[in-house]
Ligand binder design. Structure first.
Ligand SMILES: [Zn+2]
Length: 316
């Protein structure tokens, strides 16, 4: 059964707020066996695999995508970027592509997605197609839906928070999360270590480096960084809910684990940890803010359901 999420809100429950945005309905999955790993994104960006990644009708689009992958000039999050490779793993999961973004099979899957979503099926990745995907991804984030209704959730009462073990946090940092989120995080990490050989003995990757942050703490941080309400320091942060956590997914040499530097974000998008999370986090109730590969938000357990099913249900 689904777990019921409840932010502490002034005068409203999150269920009511979410309902107003039409994203409360979630699949109920009765499944006592361990969820199966989703394979899509783990293999999504492998080099083109012979004939299975070829589709003669989409070769021109594949060539265009292979170029724009590194050269597209755009501002998907209000800041100029070049190329869309950082978002390719998430896009692959979204469109159900098993082949890399430069392949004609990927282009075919993209065209199908565009057609299903009322866009011109030109099979080419573009800012408008990305915007349509981003709208759906943001709708999966309960916090975003609540914020869109004009509410900034208050912090949970202390008794609903638990302190993670120092072995679970980055450099032994003190991190608190809601207890149900901590449980879901532990289940997810155990699955990742079982399913991804590179992570089995890695004691740092997937550690938590930030969880619950009090509104007062975030206010001070926001003022210190001088970017309040900006792209990296929201005035009302999802971290105040206790449902949000930042995970070590790797980082480029010399870069911190939460650097929004584009080179770092591209590096992160290629790590085994991130690739696995993008394909599998939905099984454990987590969704990602795609601009920040390390930032994950809990939206309730729904084992056995992959992210695309979650998204489809959420959009109803
Ligand atoms: Zn975060």
């Amino acid at each position: 059964m689904l777990k019921h999420l409840s932010f502490a809100l002034a005068g409203a429950t999150v269920a009511a707020a979410i309902g107003a945005w039409g994203v409360a309905a979630r699949p109920t999955v009765a499944n006592d066996s361990p969820p199966k790993p989703a394979e899509t994104a783990a293999s999504a960006l492998e080099p083109a695999k012979a004939s299975s990644c070829r589709n003669e009708d989409f070769e021109a689009a594949a060539e265009a995508n292979a170029r724009s992958l590194h050269t597209l000039t755009w501002s998907p999050f209000g800041r100029a970027e070049r190329g869309w490779e950082t978002y390719a793993p998430r896009i692959a999961v979204e469109i159900g592509a098993d082949c890399g973004p430069e392949t004609s099979a990927f282009a075919k899957a993209l065209a199908d997605w565009q057609r299903d979503n009322g866009l011109t099926p030109d099979a080419r990745m573009s800012p408008s197609t990305f915007q349509a995907m981003k709208t759906r991804w943001q709708a999966d984030r309960l916090f975003v839906a609540v914020r869109a209704s004009g509410i900034c959730p208050s912090a949970p009462v202390g008794s609903s928070l638990v302190r993670l073990d120092v072995t679970e946090t980055y450099h032994g940092k003190d991190v608190m999360l809601r207890s149900d989120v901590a449980d879901a995080y532990r289940t997810m990490v155990a699955a990742a270590k079982r399913e991804v050989p590179e992570l089995a003995d890695d004691v740092e990757t997937l550690d938590v480096f930030s969880g619950f942050r009090s509104p007062a703490y975030d206010d001070a941080r926001c003022a210190r960084d001088g970017n309040c309400g900006g792209i990296t320091r929201a005035k009302c942060s999802a971290h105040r809910t206790g449902y949000t956590l930042d995970l070590v997914v790797g980082s480029a040499p010399g870069q911190p684990v939460d650097s929004t530097n584009d080179t770092n974000r591209l590096h992160m998008s290629k790590t085994p940890a991130y690739r696995w999370l993008v394909a599998n986090s939905g099984r454990f109730g987590f969704v990602n803010y795609v601009f920040e590969p390390w930032h994950w938000e809990y939206r309730g357990a729904s084992e056995g359901t992959d992210p695309r099913e979650l998204r489809t249900v959420a959009a109803r």
